[in-house]
Design a protein around this ligand. Structure first.
Ligand SMILES: NC(=O)CC[C@H](N)C(=O)O
Length: 171
C-alpha cells in the first residue's frame, strides 16, 4: 500500500536522521530491546522523543518496548516512555492468536485486528488516550506523538491506522 510516505529500515542511530516517524514492529520484545540498547538506538530514540520531534508507533512487541511498566518482566530492556503497564503473552496458549473486529475512535467502521501472542494493557496513565478496546481492554492507545497497538495492523490490508500514524508523524 502506498500512502505517500518515504520509508526506510532503522537499525542504527544514524538511520533516524531526518525521520519524522518510527514504527517499531512485532517480533520478540526481548530481542528488540537488547539489540536496540546494544546498538545505541534506544538512547537515540529517547532523545528524539524527549525533544518531541519523533512520532513512534509500537505494534505488539514494539508496544512492549515502549511501555513504562512491565510488572512481570521489570528488568526487560526497553525504551519505556509510554505511560502504560503491559503484560506480555497475556492471552494464554489456547488463544495465543486470534482475530477480532474492534471499534477505533475516529474510524467509521470496525477494524479487523490480528492479535498474535499479544500483550495486554493493564493500566494507562492520565495522559494516555484509549483509541480502541477489545471488550474492556485497551488495544490501541495514544499519548502525544506516541502510539501503541497490541495487535498487528499491517496484516489486515487496511491502511486506516497507518494513516492515523502518518498524521501524528507529520504533526
Ligand atoms: N506478535 C508479537 O509481537 C508478539 C510479542 C511477543 N510475545 C513478545 O513478548 O515479545
Amino acid at each position: 500500500m502506498d500512502l505517500g510516505a518515504e520509508v526506510r529500515e532503522v537499525r542504527l542511530p544514524q538511520d533516524l536522521e531526518g525521520l519524522q516517524g518510527l514504527v517499531v514492529p512485532g517480533g520478540e520484545s526481548t530481542t528488540i530491546g537488547l539489540l536496540a540498547r546494544e546498538y545505541g538506538l534506544e538512547e537515540a530514540v529517547r532523545q528524539r522523543v524527549e525533544r518531541g520531534d519523533l512520532a513512534v508507533w509500537g505494534t505488539c512487541a514494539g508496544a512492549i518496548w515502549l511501555a513504562r511498566e512491565l510488572p512481570h518482566h521489570p528488568a526487560q530492556p526497553r525504551l519505556g516512555v509510554l505511560d502504560v503497564a503491559l503484560e506480555r503473552n497475556a492471552y494464554g496458549r489456547q488463544v495465543d492468536s486470534f482475530e477480532e473486529d474492534v471499534e477505533v475512535r475516529g474510524l467509521d467502521s470496525p477494524f479487523h485486528a490480528f492479535f498474535i501472542r499479544a500483550p495486554r494493557i493493564l493500566r494507562t496513565g492520565p495522559g494516555v488516550e484509549v483509541l480502541a478496546r477489545w471488550g474492556d481492554e485497551p488495544v490501541l492507545v495514544r499519548s502525544g506523538r506516541l502510539m501503541a497497538s497490541t495487535f498487528h495492523p499491517e496484516l489486515s490490508g487496511d491502511s486506516r491506522i497507518h494513516r492515523m500514524f502518518l498524521e501524528l508523524a507529520r504533526g
